[in-house]
Design a protein around this ligand. Structure first.
Ligand code: F2Y
Length: 346
């Protein structure tokens, strides 16, 4: 169980843990450990938020963890999404939930909680104030990353409240394990620092990998962690992302022009999708190839595939063509769910 949960961070992402995870697994009954992740409903949902999140969350629920998925609707408004229109934001949130339903997320063991419910409680705001009294403005500005902003893009005063609210969420939801993307680590660290002084248990955190976008990774002089975040799949750049409702033709078009240098295994988005998604869902990666290019071949682990690619035994064209087939197989049920279910369509 420990290894399965830790494999959420298999790209070497930060885990902050003083032996808590081991303790939790040994001392709490199934269903008593609470993990959480949250999202701002904004725009379309791509495979990093859809498929990969479902894979990670299922790893935790399979180990007996109860998962809270937090719909940060007020936070999206505070972060200037949809002009702050909460009705639209709520609708987009419901749409995300439908997508997860359709891609195999273990919904029985997940509770969806809306920020718009938590903010009705005066105690929530008292806690936000208490956290604000323990943190400097500078530190909060440096948390801009958790809302997808650079420090100099934090302009609205609601964006100062946002990290304080996110920190309060962790305590109010009684979180044992913060299981969010690597870009959320700054606020998870803050929560660990202020927990005890405020009388809460200290949450551990385990971050997941930020799946790369499809394009050539931008040149930056950032540190390793921030580089990973700068390269991530993003809906603000639609050609960097595969969306959960993309047609096969769209998947094909985007993968075919994706960054994927021959024999290059570092910073290769197509290989990343194999590692973090396809091999999590299938035991084999079967390449169909004409005899003159070496004939059909099948890989039984990501590692095998990577070695073959690095040695030049598998070409970018064949890698891409096969990845397209597997991604399409995973997205077909999602498309069908929205075609056949009139409720989901709304
Ligand atoms: O992905 C994001 O932009 C997150 N900052 C959304 C989010 C997640 C949470 F778990 C906001 C929150 F306030 C959360 O508590």
């Amino acid at each position: 169980k420990l290894d399965s949960i830790k494999s959420v961070a298999k790209g070497g992402e930060i885990i902050e843990d003083d032996g808590q995870l081991k303790w939790l697994l040994e001392n709490r009954k199934p269903g008593e450990i609470i993990a959480y992740d949250g999202f701002e409903p904004s725009g379309r949902i791509h495979i990093a938020q859809g498929l990969m999140r479902a894979i990670n969350i299922n790893k935790l629920t399979r180990s007996g963890v109860k998962f809270v998925m937090y719909v940060a609707d007020w936070h999206a408004a505070a972060n200037q999404k949809f002009g702050g229109d909460l009705k639209v934001i709520k609708k987009v949130g419901d749409y995300f939930v439908e997508v997860w339903k359709a891609c195999g997320m273990d919904l029985k063991n997940i509770e969806f909680v809306y920020a718009s419910e938590l903010v009705k409680d005066p105690d929530y705001w008292q806690l936000v104030l208490k956290i604000s009294m323990m943190t400097t403005l500078n530190r909060i500005l440096r948390c801009g990353q958790i809302m997808g902003r650079n420090t100099d893009e934090v302009q609205q005063s609601s964006q100062i409240l946002y990290p304080l609210m996110q920190c309060a969420d962790i305590f109010v939801l009684k979180t044992d394990i913060c299981q969010l993307g690597l870009d959320q680590r700054k606020v998870n660290m803050l929560a660990r620092e202020v927990a005890r002084p405020l009388g809460f248990k200290k949450p551990m955190s385990i971050h997941h990998h930020m799946l790369m976008g499809l394009g050539k990774p931008p040149e930056t002089d950032l540190g390793e962690l921030d580089k990973k975040i700068a390269r991530k799949m993003s809906k603000s750049n639609p050609d960097s992302a595969i969306f959960m409702l993309d047609t096969k033709a769209e998947i094909k078009r985007k993968i075919n022009k994706a960054w994927c240098p021959s024999a290059e295994i570092k910073e290769n988005p197509v290989l990343e999708y194999c590692k973090y998604i396809i091999f999590e869902k299938f035991d084999k990666f079967k390449v169909k190839r004409p005899e003159k290019y070496g004939g059909n071949v099948s890989y039984s682990s990501y590692n095998e595939l990577e070695v073959a690619y690095e040695n030049g035994n598998l070409s970018p064209v064949d890698l891409k063509m096969t990845a397209i087939e597997y991604l399409d197989k995973l997205l077909t049920p999602v498309r069908e769910h929205f075609e056949n279910d009139p409720e989901a369509k709304k």
